[in-house]
Design a protein around this ligand. Structure first.
Ligand code: UD1
Ligand code: CA
Length: 486
């Protein structure tokens, strides 16, 4: 992950190749005989978030905080990333299943130092020399800073990243004597009379810990502080007192290293990320109108020559090809939009594949498994789920296509419904090439409408319709004399 900082914004470029270039040039060669692993502290409840969800699952631009951390740590420490979880542990584990080398449960969350105590045996069993410990609420942690920390850490017993802020707020304060780190004192416990006038240098909550030298202090951690918690930060003062080497690596005021503790902090961080992604895309040749109202996730790719109109949200692993036009008020999630397609206003596209030159919407809903082949059209109030619409086929109005295979050149009339569910099981509807389905038709699956077949408007189709046949399945109209008529 590479970031280029300028005075106003942070440009992000998250690519595996950049990370592996970092690893190859900075990590493997100079540190080849040393084993590093990483530990994410993710057990806390996030009380200051007031959310029923665990904090590490809260999202920035549709992606949970923990997802960002795995993305940066996995390539740096392949197969060597552990996570301490506790609050709603099952939910966290199930969302990321395979991502962590080991999930370590901290059943009672007694503080960051306690989290490290709980994880220690697993780290020791893995024969690590050093562990990078990262707070789970620092999602935008840059790879380059981890690498700087590893370099400093290699010559130290404990190293940690620091920031210098105008307002150190509730962060732990770094105390130095003669320029050397003396301790980290948590904001609530900080007493200027004892610790000196605060300098604005704070602990970013990312540490490089040498296992062999730190082990002895772990058991000594106490909780005699304002929060009654076991602080990982106390290890720093203990190590200094014991004459070990401790380094604070200052990263200036890098906003990505700020922990997220409140809704306001989350939204501020998300906005920084959002703005940099949008500006990045604009400079690459994507036209983004009302740019301040466009939310684009970090893993979304958009080719130059595409046009996006805000407000809208493009999230997950969405890819948008050149020449695509996404109108305002659309949500596109984990979907692919082929070149030259147009997603018209108020459409909702999730886990869907839209081929080239298609038209979707306005007010269309493509649900998971919807696949539109080239030049297909889905119009207003049409819902498509787990269904393929063949080349040039059209479902333009008020329709539900679920569990369906629709061939090429098919016309689906207004109000057509695939009745795919009998209360227990789902069944497939097949509509072959060039068939014509009249308006207000119920297709009761499993059922097939053959090539070039015609289904009359208002039909309920319960039997297969053969190639070139015409089916009409409705009550015959009777015209009777009107009662009382003259
Ligand atoms: C922590 C640091 C503080 C630093 C700040 C940087 C301590 C005592 N303080 O404060 O010096 O400036 O981060 O952002 O560490 N967690 C557990 N188990 C627990 C408690 C917490 O896994 O029992 C996890 C949380 O899920 C979170 C991380 O540890 O991801 C940090 O905890 P948090 O309570 O946010 O610490 P801060 O008060 O922000
Ligand atoms: Ca925090």
């Amino acid at each position: 992950m590479r970031q280029v900082l300028n005075s106003r914004r942070v440009l992000w470029e998250a690519t595996d190749s950049v990370v592996s270039r970092f690893v190859n040039t900075h990590v493997e060669q100079p540190m080849s005989r040393t084993t590093f692993g990483a530990l994410i502290l993710a057990a806390g409840k996030g009380t200051r978030m007031f959310s029923p969800r665990p904090k590490v699952l809260m999202e920035l631009l549709g992606k949970p905080m923990l997802g960002y951390l795995f993305q940066v740590l996995d390539p740096l420490f392949p197969g060597k990333v552990w996570s301490v979880i506790g609050h709603q542990a099952d939910m966290v584990r199930s969302m990321f299943c395979e991502r962590s080398k080991g999930w370590i449960e901290q059943t009672e969350q007694l503080g960051t130092g306690h989290a490290l105590q709980v994880a220690w045996q697993d780290l020791a069993d893995a024969d690590l020399d050093y562990v990078i410990v990262a707070n789970g609420d620092t999602p935008l942690l840059p790879a380059e800073d981890i690498i700087a920390l590893m370099r400093a850490g290699q010559d130290s017993d404990i190293a940690f990243l620091t920031l210098t802020l105008d307002d150190p707020g509730a962060f732990g304060r770094v105390v130095r004597t003669g320029g050397e780190v003396a301790a980290i004192i948590e904001a609530k416990d900080y007493d200027p009379a004892e610790h000196g006038i605060p300098t604005g240098e704070i602990n970013a909550g990312i540490y490089c810990i040498k296992l062999k030298s730190t082990q002895a202090f772990l058991a000594e951690l106490g909780n005699d502080n304002k929060n009654g918690e076991y602080y990982i930060t106390d290890l720093v003062g203990m190590a200094v007192e014991a004459g070990l080497t401790v380094k604070g690596v200052n990263c200036g005021d890098k906003p990505q290293l700020l922990g997220i503790n409140s809704p306001a902090e989350l939204v501020a961080m998300e906005e920084t990320l959002r703005e940099s992604k949008v500006l990045d895309l604009l400079s690459s040749g994507v036209l983004i109108r009302s740019k301040d109202q466009v939310r684009i996730g970090p893993d979304v790719t958009i080719e130059p020559g595409a046009e996006i109109e805000g407000p809208c949200e493009l999230l997950g692993s969405t890819t948008i090809a050149r020449g695509v036009l996404v109108h305002s008020h659309c949500l596109i999630l984990d979907s692919t939009i082929g070149a030259g397609s147009r997603i018209r206003h108020f459409s909702h596209v999730e886990n869907a594949e839209v081929g080239q030159e298609c038209i979707v919407g306005p007010y269309a809903r493509l649900r998971p498994g919807a696949k539109l082949l080239r030049e297909a059209r889905v119009g207003n109030f049409v819902e498509v789920k787990k269904a393929t619409l063949g080349r040039g086929s059209k479902a333009n109005h008020l329709t539900y296509l679920g569990d369906a295979e629709v061939g090429e050149g098919v016309n689906i009339g207004a109000g057509t419904i695939t009745c795919n569910y009998d209360g227990k099981n789902k069944f497939i509807t097949t509509i072959e090439d060039n068939a014509f389905i009249g308006s207000n038709t119920a297709l009761v699956a499993p059922v097939t409408v053959g090539k070039n077949a015609l289904v009359g408007a208002g039909s309920t189709v319960t039997k297969d319709v053969g190639e070139n046949e015409m089916a009409i399945g409705r009550g015959r109209q009777q015209n009777l004399p009107k009662k009382g008529g003259s």
